[in-house]
Design a protein around this ligand. Structure first.
Ligand code: NAD
Length: 248
């Protein structure tokens, strides 16, 4: 099945949380959507049915062959790819002062999903994205990083350092892939998702200290992503979306 009149967006980790909100938003903005997750096949099929011009692909982003296959299936299904949103990510809460708990296994697990997987997906998508640029405006990659990659904060040092790597990769690729492919990042602060449901201290911090007096909803982050996708001149930007907490 192909639908060549719609531009196509692949959003990783899009059956829950921020990714599902981005998929809904880009679908609303006229994109054919490729949904993806590691395990939640039924939720993926249900969301694809709800969004109508959408398909779902399951892939474990820890496995390189499955990354390659995800991009291959996305391009094969719709015949084109215009936007890639690297949203899938994992976190592990470890007190920053507890150096022994941040083992090599923790570093490697987080790095594989939060840093290597986005890079590999961009590499695999590059030729389809360049083709998209030949049809009109530049193609676009948006990486979902974190305020933890900008400030000395976050769930753990391996998580924060990985998100900082993703931010720098965003800037490096913005230079390497221009002008055909724009590469930007959204760096959320606290977002209300299943991942953060029991992060009570962070929730209190955002309610009491942040200028906006609340955590973000997934739709707030989807709005920032949609803005970057629609802005044909922006590249290499890390858009901090933390309700102003960094100012306090
Ligand atoms: P979530 O747990 O709801 O979603 C994460 C997604 O990543 C899931 O769909 C999951 O299937 C996917 N994923 C995880 N490991 C995978 C693997 N091995 N293979 C394939 N897919 C895999 O979390 P969320 O809060 O919506 O997070 C989305 C992104 O936003 C992440 O990159 C996260 O680091 C970032 N972020 C979240 C917050 C927050 O407060 N929630 C803050 C800053 C940044």
């Amino acid at each position: 099945m192909t639908h060549p009149t719609h531009p196509v967006a692949l959003i990783t980790g899009s059956t829950s949380g921020i990714g599902a909100a981005i998929a809904r938003r880009l679908s609303h903005d006229g994109y054919a959507v490729v949904l993806h997750s590691r395990g939640s096949h039924e939720a993926g099929q249900a969301l694809a049915a709800e969004l109508k011009v959408a398909t779902y692909v399951q892939a474990d982003l820890a496995i390189d062959a499955e990354r390659v296959e995800l991009v291959r299936q996305a391009v094969a299904h719709w015949g084109r790819l215009d936007v890639l949103v690297n949203n899938a990510g994992i976190s592990q809460v470890i007190a920053h002062a507890d150096l022994a708990a941040a083992t090599p296994a923790v570093w490697q697990r987080l790095h594989e999903i939060n840093v290597i997987a986005p890079f590999r997906l961009i590499a695999e998508a590059e030729s389809a994205l360049r083709e998209s640029a030949r049809r009109g405006g530049p193609a676009c990659v948006v990486n979902i990083s974190s305020h933890a990659g900008v400030r000395p904060k976050g769930a753990s040092i391996p998580y924060a350092a990985g998100k900082a790597a993703l931010n720098h990769m965003t800037r490096l690729l913005a230079v390497s892939l221009a002008p055909e492919i724009r590469v930007n990042a959204v760096a959320p602060g606290l977002v209300d998702t299943p991942l953060t449901a029991d992060w009570t201290a962070a929730q209190q911090l955002w309610r009491e200290r942040s200028p906006m007096r609340r955590a973000a909803q997934p739709e707030d982050i989807a709005q920032a992503v949609a803005m970057l996708v629609a802005s044909n001149y922006l590249t290499g930007e890390i858009l901090l979306s933390d309700g102003g907490l960094n100012l306090t």
